[in-house]
Design a protein around this ligand. Structure first.
Ligand code: THU
Length: 159
């Protein structure tokens, strides 16, 4: 029998259609993207996390000459957040990626490893994290939970 997953996401047409909180997150992710250390890929990514206490935590991708030793913007940011605010819930995560000097409008989704890492904290806090992903321009995609980007997700319930 063939079965299906239903995945929903919202396509927000552009920056102007975001609400004030979302605009703050977009601006924060875009600004911290300028600090990306992407000496090898030249692909710059910024991430902004909104906590339930209203704080915004930001981070960017960090590369390494030994390539796998680098880390994506999303994990840089969520690990720092979890290390410093272990008991504060994460409400939203906004990621913006684009090649260093390119004009780009295709929403850049979190990679698989970042999805898995985000899932861990979503499961831990027992509440969904709204995920937004975008490029510098154009549409912004939003999901209600990382599970929408990770069907058949593996979590601690299987252990
Ligand atoms: N990258 C991120 O920061 N987040 C993602 O979800 C995808 C990829 C970074 C990793 C690397 O520094 C560069 O983008 C190219 O893969």
């Amino acid at each position: 029998m063939e079965k299906e997953f239903k995945i929903t996401f919202e396509a927000i047409s552009n920056y102007d259609s975001l609400d004030d909180t979302e605009k703050k997150l977009f601006d924060a992710a875009k600004k911290i993207r300028e600090n990306a250390y992407a000496a090898y890929s030249h692909f710059h990514v910024g991430c902004a996390i909104l906590l339930e206490n209203g704080e915004i935590i930001t981070g960017s991708n960090q590369e390494n000459a030994a390539y796998p030793s680098g880390l994506c913007a999303e994990r840089t940011t969520i690990f720092w957040t979890a290390a410093n605010f272990p008991d504060v819930k994460i409400k939203k995560l906004f990621v913006i990626g684009a090649p260093k000097d390119a004009v780009s409008s295709t929403p850049i989704p979190p990679c698989g490893a970042c999805r898995q890492s985000i899932l861990e904290y979503e499961a831990k806090q027992k509440e969904g994290i709204e995920i937004y992903f975008a490029s510098l321009d154009g549409e912004i995609y939003k999901t209600r939970s990382i599970r929408d980007l990770l069907p058949f997700s593996f979590d601690s319930s299987y252990l």
